[in-house]
Design a protein around this ligand. Sequence first.
Ligand code: ADP
Ligand code: ASP
Ligand code: MG
Length: 403
Amino acid sequence: MNLIVQKYGGTSVATPELIKRAALRIVSLKKKGYDVAVVISAMGDTTDRLLNLATKITDRPSGRELDMLLSSGERVAMALLSMAINSMGFPAISFTGSQSGIVTDTVHTKARIKAVRPYRVQEELKKGKIVVVAGFQGVSPEHEVTTLGRGGSDTTAVALAYALGAEQCEILTDVDGVYTADPRIVPRARKLDAISYDEMLELASSGAKVLHTRSVELAKQYKVLLHVRSSFNENPGTIVKEEEKQMEEILVRGIAYDDSEAKVTIREVPDRPGVAARIFGSLAQANINVDMIIQNVSDSGTTDMSFTVPESELLQALGCIEKLRTEMEFKDVVADNDIAKVSIVGLGMRSHSGVAARMFQALAEKGINIEMISTSEIKISCVVRRPEVEEAVKALHKAFELE
Ligand code: ADP
Ligand code: ASP
Ligand code: MG
């Protein structure tokens, strides 16, 4: 029988009433003859509240204990949803990430799925049950509970959809699909009917949190068809799929922004081979994700080096750099968390020129200063002052005629 994996995000299951509504939707899919496996997020802002609770205890909680804490949110939701489905007369059973065979590496709070061995899920599906799986969590080879990073339930859903051979993975959320920009910032943003994996990957990794970046990576790698749609209506949403020829005709598919990064500048680093390798090697060893990097060489034999990291990892990054101070003999290190990144993404950039100039012009017209620039084949990103980023998104949305 055909199987569909549905994932419900936090807003879609924020109250008992909404959980019952989700259960009704799941049951109606089952009645249509599908096997259904559901991945669920924690209710509403549960994960934020749990994180906040931890800060009341300590400002340096261990990753292991954070994972024990955060994973409990999804556990509550999965049990309630399973109860709701059962009480409608349809047999359901809930499983934690570990029980579902979601095996990850050992990097607490941002673990990566390494394997999915969903034997118990398959067994229960075979019995005709609806299976509810806790999103965002897994288990390491050392039997420790791990979580996949904020928004990680999308990744659980895609990994499970692939492992179960699902026909489709539906991401049910609080917007009608993937838009040309975050509809909360740009009210005139348009819903896209389809988007390629590569464009979605760039948008997600540039801050469009409608999908977890790793979920798009996995969907692309394993060719899982993703349907992002609203849990609050039956409208068709956005299909994320393999690129088609005519997709290249669109210059800019969408705009994303990220205000969760911080910039670190190391001043007057000696300009000699091996310095960058040492600095970024040390950050990599601490599992810190470095995003943009720029280096300004001066003629005095030293260089200034700036890079961005997630704001949540800023203190840790500064710690790594401080440890290198005597060895590197740099002058000082400065942190700046009043920055944000705005990015434009589109397959059409491969074959059209002048896109960067148009982007810079649109920002200049608003008096927005660009501090860092990075590009890929289908993306251009600029770092700007954080208070200016929303205006930047709106200006670019207009400049590239996305309205
Ligand atoms: P869920 O809890 O369902 O996982 P998220 O809050 O993680 O939902 O993601 C949905 C949100 O993503 C939307 O409410 C929207 O504000 C935001 N978002 C950012 N960029 C986009 C975009 N390009 N298209 C749609 N939504 C976007
Ligand atoms: N509950 C987790 C979070 O808020 C995971 C998710 O919702 O996808 O980040
Ligand atoms: Mg999400």
